[in-house]
Design a protein around this ligand. Structure first.
Ligand SMILES: Nc1ncnc2c1ncn2[C@@H]1O[C@H](COP(=O)(O)OP(=O)(O)O)[C@@H](O)[C@H]1O
Ligand SMILES: [Mg+2]
Length: 343
């Protein structure tokens, strides 16, 4: 079992402090596939990197099999890390080494005798389905095959925990599917605990037992995948659910809005990063002689900006309404869809 208590990471640079992971407390059960979903900047990578201390925590404790990782000295930490494999979005393979040599690398570091290495590498190659590719170089492999090498290398020292940081994010849907199936396979065969980070809901839906939704360094929702996604409470969770469910309620509401807000212009604004909705709305109201009424919205604020949509009513002189829309179109990254033109 992995037990995390009050775990935080604050990055400090010259002019600012970023709380990347903010006071996380949770338990991850032995043998489960635990998903962590969140938008870019939510703190997911920092969180997993704290588990094997690739990142030093600012505070808190991480117990893996009753051992506090945060207090281990260099030598014990090195040994403890052999119990935690990790795979990455961009595979992080050594390009001058063959498949077999990449997989043998952690065994060399662990000073495993040469003949045991050879035997172990062969087992791993079979396990991940790369038989015949032993002597290939990473540059000769497809993305899916590269990730298979990554998985074999991560499993070399027989860890009990596997950390996956966006491990399928660089892969096409078919390859993603086969890598996820491989992860489920090794989870069952080896009883491995898997912590899987993603920004893709279908990855969670497909293989995770439980999920934590992260936003601004915190876990805002946690539970069984089915419970969390059938009754999402937080806006960010609803947004992730709509990745696979679609925005069903929204379409019905449009007619209602048009009927009930008869004046001015009705537009749907799509925010994809960068611009924050509040700043934009107040800027328009200050710059142009219009009123803005927010009718409906689904916005998830992330570290990297707003994500989602707002339906707004803009009222004022025709010329001013037009100038407002032109401003949004030309001066911001927000996309504008006019639902009902001014009348
Ligand atoms: N080494 C670092 N130095 C300063 N800030 C960092 C560092 N690593 C991450 N951050 C910041 O911490 C926050 C969380 O980042 P990260 O853990 O990479 O999120 P995610 O993996 O969910 O995209 C972001 O605001 C990011 O800019
Ligand atoms: Mg990340």
């Amino acid at each position: 079992m992995i037990s995390i208590k009050g775990l935080s990471k604050i990055f400090t640079s010259k002019d600012r402090k970023t709380t990347a992971v903010d006071d996380l407390t949770l338990d991850i059960k032995k043998g489960e596939i635990f998903g962590v979903i969140g938008y870019s900047g939510a703190g997911k990578s920092t969180f997993v990197r704290l588990l094997n201390r690739l990142e030093e925590p600012s505070s808190g404790e991480v117990y893996i099999n009753d051992r506090d990782m945060t207090t281990l000295e260099a030598n014990d930490l090195r040994l403890a890390r052999q119990n935690i494999g990790m795979i990455f979005q961009h595979f992080n393979l050594l390009w001058s080494r063959t498949v077999a040599e990449n997989i043998a690398f952690p065994l060399e570091i662990a000073k495993v005798p040469k003949e045991d290495q050879t035997k172990r590498v062969k087992e791993l190659i079979d396990l991940v389905g790369l038989t015949g590719k032993e002597s290939s170089y990473p540059s000769q492999l497809s993305g899916g095959q590269k990730q298979r090498v990554g998985i074999a290398r991560a499993l070399a020292n027989e860890p009990s925990v596997l950390l996956c940081d966006e491990a399928t994010s660089a892969l096409d849907p078919e390859t993603t599917k086969s890598i996820l199936e491989l992860l489920v396979d090794i989870n069952k065969k080896l009883g491995l605990t898997i912590i899987l980070i993603t920004h893709e809901m279908h990855v969670i839906r497909k293989i995770c037992d439980r999920v934590a939704v992260m936003e601004s360094g915190r876990i805002v929702e946690i539970g069984n995948v089915l419970d969390v996604f059938s009754k999402p409470k937080q806006l960010v969770t609803k947004k992730f659910v709509s990745q696979i469910m679609g925005d069903t309620e929204e379409i019905e509401d449009i007619d209602y809005l048009i009927k009930n807000y008869q004046n001015g212009l009705i537009t749907r604004l799509h925010f994809i990063g960068e611009t924050t909705n509040n700043a934009l709305i107040s800027k328009i109201v200050k710059t142009f002689n219009v009123d803005i009424n927010i009718l409906q919205g689904k916005i998830a604020q992330t570290q990297s900006g707003a994500y989602g949509m707002l339906i707004v009513q803009i009222e004022g002189e025709e010329q001013e309404m037009k100038r407002s829309v032109d401003y949004i179109l030309n001066e911001t990254s927000v996309e504008v869809e006019v639902i009902r033109d001014a009348n």
